[in-house]
Design a protein around this ligand. Sequence first.
Ligand code: BDR
Ligand code: CA
Length: 312
Amino acid sequence: MAPRPIIIDCDPGQDDAVALFLAMASPDELEILGITAVAGNVPLALTERNARMMCDLANSQLPVFAGCAEPMVRDAISAEYIHGETGINGIDVFEPKTPLQDEHAVDFIIDTLLSKDTVPVTLVPTGPLTNIATAIERNPAILPHIEEIVIMGGAMREGGNRTPSAEFNILVDPHAADIVLNCGRPITLMGLDLTHKVLSTEERVARIGELNNAVADATVGMLSFFHRYDTEKYSSQGTPLHDPCTVAYLLRPELFKTKDCNVSIETESELTMGHTAVDFWHVTDRPRNVSWAFDIDVDGFYDLLTERLARF
Ligand code: BDR
Ligand code: CA
């Protein structure tokens, strides 16, 4: 089977970086058409630079595009207190050789989806949804060309990680999330209920460290930094690897449990802004717009990640 064409839309971010590595290591299954950066964990100038650094480290010649620097309606918020001031603290920053493309990320997404020879494309957003929603708003004709959107964002039973109600990616741009979740295309959403199970314990990180290649070493470096905040916050044995769950789902959907349900986004209340109201028990007759991923074979995930990082 031909590899599935994807666009990864991200805000690296240590866990976004690992998601990129996992996808870059999987050319038999995934054809990465481009990487689009958005402001999120750190400002846009750093997320696009970090995405290009990951291409250099992985020796991947992929086009990287810079997108939206601000959310659609609200003021930008970032997360240096988790990811460090570079977004990828834990490794040394360098000026990447991978160039930044001239085209705006939103134009790249629209042009790629509308291009005649391209089969429907899967979008993989691992940051705030500003680029994707802007592309949909600007040119709704792209919608039939979207195969699926596999998103890291949201929370149900787990509660929020940036506010009591909201997960970071959705909180940063809830208006964009509202547009994307109601766009009518198949959506799989990986929220904190799932990603908080995917803990990078010392043993799991040590296995990656034994691989002895530049990408594995960068992964260990970044996770070692990423570790400190979440392990203290959650008293957990390792930090959750949120964003790579999206790529793992494309590679091994059988590792995941999902349920079709309505997910609606709070865009009005300041108290619960960005909350994902997940109708898990179908207590409303709102349309089932999302496949909500709520469980994962965690050891299977780390086996997959380790096996793929060994390829570099
Ligand atoms: C999400 O927010 C960011 O901090 C991570 O990169 C991830 O995409 C988790 O809430
Ligand atoms: Ca992210």
